[in-house]
Design a binder for this molecule. Structure first.
Ligand SMILES: [Zn+2]
Length: 644
């Protein structure tokens, strides 16, 4: 806010074709002269007022989202209200540079925050509300872990809810810790409800972030990097956009490309090629564009990403009508949720993407019968926590003709992560789980019968690591591949491959009119962690040849990501994204890919295929299998509009 100039601020937004700005208004720091005693005004209100900035934005047809943060208060406020603070187990508070962490159970978030929201949205003519760092935060900005909160509100609240003392640590294997997770979820749910109710009562026109109970508004997320995170997850923006677009079709997915490297170095940008890639993934999956830069655009220290970001924003502005009301045509849904096994999920995400099986991602709790009607198959990647209600729904889906591919411990716990006596999903045909063997490092699966495994033509073994579900199955299910337990793996002269057991590596069969494919171990995790062809080939064959999920035809290489959408005006939009700019851990200009062919399953003959990026008309031919399109050259991406 220091010396901010409304006209220059709006000019900088317009140079990006931005239509929405998110500005800090409230919480830790009030960016306007607040009247509330528990709200700390900014010491930098030396430029144009927030009111005049919002007015100037509105004159330029730019909406403004109020960004608030109630996770911390300034030290002076804490000293007046020590009971608000988040308390570590050792009784210490967390004070980072004079910002003291506060607890969602405490009075500040419970009572003061809704008052601050009300003052903000009645004082300022904002169009949306986003609350940052909502929830029970256990880490500070330096990444230090402080454990769960032991403040008096948490102690008393947890005792009142469950009659238990707080657990010492977060541990899903500890029953008390699992109760604590339920306590946190209920506390936050009630807090959200109160906050959203306040907003709807005072300003029903305002868009709310994560108002899932309304199914309207928007969901803001981030694709970011971190100094200590070496993992390269190139599909972050697609992942974030997919679950919102598919699970909450009336909400806007706003996944931000975070400009900076990490919190400690917020003034330096990541590779412009990475930013462009993220933004293109946002668009290709039916989301909006979102660019997160610390401070302002007009005095930003590192502008190296600006032109790349502008380019994608300009493209979107030029083709706004083509992107309005996109709905995915994918018939496969990869299931996720708050208890998801992220590694297993991402492994299957990668396999589906690299094999060009069109797919969406669905939040398990949001699945309804109506939503399921859009899909032919569900993939459940070691999704342990499934409620009885959702299990029945999935069973009915398969019984009625759907396909399910499930791995690992899927359905072995309830929605509160409590272990179940019987697996939730009847369709998997598991009669009894004898044991989840925790670690089968050194074990293999003998491929045996090769039917359905063309990608494993030259290998007799698939390797395992991690847990294996030792179970008894319904007699009508076909058990395939045989487990070879771990044997000696060193010294070399003692290495022998032991005999195979009767334990299967894959179980397939029918359930009603549907088809079930169950993998009692975690191939997705191996794909994600290591990506060896041995695991990828197995998973690719499971999808295509065992489960029968047809990929797009043609010659797309694994480094081309594809999505297929119906547009609001009844045409079809095929996105092809070129990932060849991923060079190890670096992101560089992608290498153009030449002479691609892609076959899209469309039942009526097109009249034209136009590239929205290149502006070119594309050659195509049509047969009963669909439309085959020739792409002479693919740069970073192309959006092929198929008109019929
Ligand atoms: Zn607390």
């Amino acid at each position: 806010m220091r010396d901010i100039d409304a006209a220059r601020y709006v000019g900088s937004l317009r140079s990006f074709d931005a239509t929405v700005a998110m500005i800090n208004t409230s919480g830790i720091i009030a960016s306007y002269p607040t009247r509330l005693p528990f709200h700390t005004p900014s010491a930098s209100l030396t430029g144009d007022s927030l009111e005049s900035i919002i007015d100037a934005c509105h004159e330029a047809d730019i909406r403004v989202i109020a960004r608030m943060d109630f996770s911390k208060v300034r030290r002076a406020l804490y000293e007046k209200h020590p009971g608000w603070a988040y308390l570590r187990r050792d009784g210490e508070i967390v004070d980072e540079h004079g910002d003291v962490h506060v607890c969602p159970s405490g009075e500040y978030q419970q009572a003061c925050a809704p008052e601050i929201v009300e003052e903000t949205i009645t004082t300022l003519d904002v169009d949306g509300v986003f609350v940052n760092m909502a929830g029970f935060q256990t880490r500070d900005y330096a990444g230090r872990y402080h454990g769960i909160c032991h403040c008096s509100s948490c102690t008393e609240g947890f005792a009142a809810m469950f009659g238990l003392a707080l657990p010492n640590a977060e541990d899903p294997d500890d029953p008390v810790s699992r109760r604590h997770a339920v306590f946190k979820r209920r506390t936050l749910g009630e807090l959200d409800e109160r906050m959203h109710e306040t907003i709807r009562r005072v300003r029903p026109d305002v868009a709310i972030d994560r108002s899932f109970e309304d199914g309207r508004g928007f969901v803001r997320q981030e694709s970011n990097t971190a100094l200590d995170r070496r993992e390269d997850w190139p599909y972050s923006a697609s992942e974030n956009t997919k679950w919102v677009a598919a699970s909450f079709p009336d909400m806007v997915s706003s996944n931000a490309s975070v400009d900076f490297v990490d919190y400690p170095v917020r003034h330096v940008a990541v590779s412009p090629h990475l930013q462009r890639l993220r933004l293109v993934q946002d668009l290709a999956n039916g989301g909006g564009l979102d660019y997160y830069v610390i401070g302002r655009l007009d005095d930003h220290a590192d502008r190296s990403g600006f032109e790349a970001v502008r380019e994608v924003f300009r493209y979107h502005a030029d083709h706004e009508r083509d992107y309005a009301g996109l709905r995915s045509r994918a018939e496969v849904a990869l299931v996720t949720g708050p208890w998801a096994n992220v590694e297993e999920f991402r492994g299957w995400f990668r396999v589906l993407t690299e094999h060009h099986v069109l797919f969406d991602s669905l939040m398990l709790d949001a699945i309804t019968d109506d939503l399921l009607e859009r899909y032919r198959a569900l993939v459940l990647p070691d999704h342990q926590a499934i409620s009885g209600e959702q299990a029945q729904r999935i069973d009915a889906f398969v019984h009625g003709g759907g396909v399910v591919v499930a791995t690992g411990r899927t359905g072995l716990r309830d929605e509160e992560f409590e272990p179940r006596d019987r697996p939730a999903l009847g369709c998997l045909g598991i009669e009894r789980v004898r044991e989840v063997r925790p670690d089968l490092r050194g074990a293999y699966l003998g491929v045996g019968d090769r039917e359905g495994f063309p990608r494993l033509g030259e290998t007799d073994l698939v390797f395992l690591d991690g847990p294996y579900v030792d179970a008894g199955y319904r007699a009508d299910l076909k058990r395939r591949m045989r487990l070879v337990p771990p044997g000696p793996f060193g010294p070399p002269e003692r290495v022998v491959l032991g005999p195979a057991t009767e334990d299967p590596g894959l179980v397939v069969g029918a359930f009603g009119r549907g088809r079930v494919v169950y993998v009692p171990w975690l191939p997705g995790t191996l794909v994600h962690r290591l990506g060896h062809e041995n695991s990828v080939a197995f998973a690719g064959d499971v999808l295509e040849h065992i489960a029968g999920l047809e990929p797009l035809g043609g010659t797309l290489p694994p480094m081309v990501e594809a999505t297929l959408m119906d547009t609001g005006d009844g045409e079809t939009l095929l996105h092809l994204i070129n990932h060849s700019g991923r060079a190890g851990d670096r992101y560089v200009e992608p290498v153009p890919i030449h002479d691609l062919e892609v076959v899209v399953p469309i039942v009526t003959e097109p009249t034209a295929v136009t590239g929205l990026v290149s502006g070119h008309a594309f050659e195509w031919s049509w047969s009963e299998g669909g439309v085959s399109i020739r792409v002479p050259e693919l740069g970073l991406f192309e959006a092929l509009r198929i008109e019929r």
